[in-house]
Design a protein around this ligand. Sequence first.
Ligand SMILES: *Cc1c(COP(=O)(O)O)cnc(C)c1O
Length: 222
Amino acid sequence: MSIADRLKSVKQSIPSGVELVAVSKFHPASALMEAYDVGQRCFGESRAAELAEKAAMLPDDIVWHFIGHLQTNKVRRVVGCAHMIQSIDSERLLMAVEAEAVRQEKHIDVLLQLHVAAEETKFGLTPDEAYDLAVRVAPSLTHVAVRGVMGMASNTPDDLGRVAADFAAIRDTFDRLAAGPFVGDSRFAVCSMGMSDDRHMAIAAGSTMVRVGSDIFGQREY
Ligand SMILES: *Cc1c(COP(=O)(O)O)cnc(C)c1O
């Protein structure tokens, strides 16, 4: 199947109101253009250099989401080309993004990345840390808008109960933040969860944004 056909069937499987980020990391610009040519405008990348390279060569109306772990020494590059950074996993990173956005005189959207999965290797804030950041730090931001949360479920295909519990925990944290520190802030509206293999469960649990890579572009070659 072509990328255009796979994109079409992924889109058909997503209810209206759930946004699709096409995760194009490790795929060449030509693959992104196949999706672009049939209307996809929102793409996700996980490495700063790759994002900068693609953003420079591809059309200006693409909306770029950065979804990978971001080191502070790469913040300048990513703030320069991303519209949204989904992977804010520490206070230090949030403040570095704010400082850089001020410096570049640019407004940027972010999501707080939550760690609820079983794997120690995954990055992110605990729900309590996210709540604390939202209370203490978010009100002082002038160039960064916290638009919601992002999270991944455990990679436990043999334990779908765990996957469902993880998505429920992410959505619950989103709801607590929306009703607490972000109450009345209509910008706080994104619950980004669900990838190729688990997006149906994520949508059932209340995802508003899915990040789908391999189901659109095929397997990545690292
Ligand atoms: C790579 C990646 C995805 C997409 O994964 P697929 O399984 O290819 O759909 C989604 N979210 C994050 C944070 C990723 O790093």
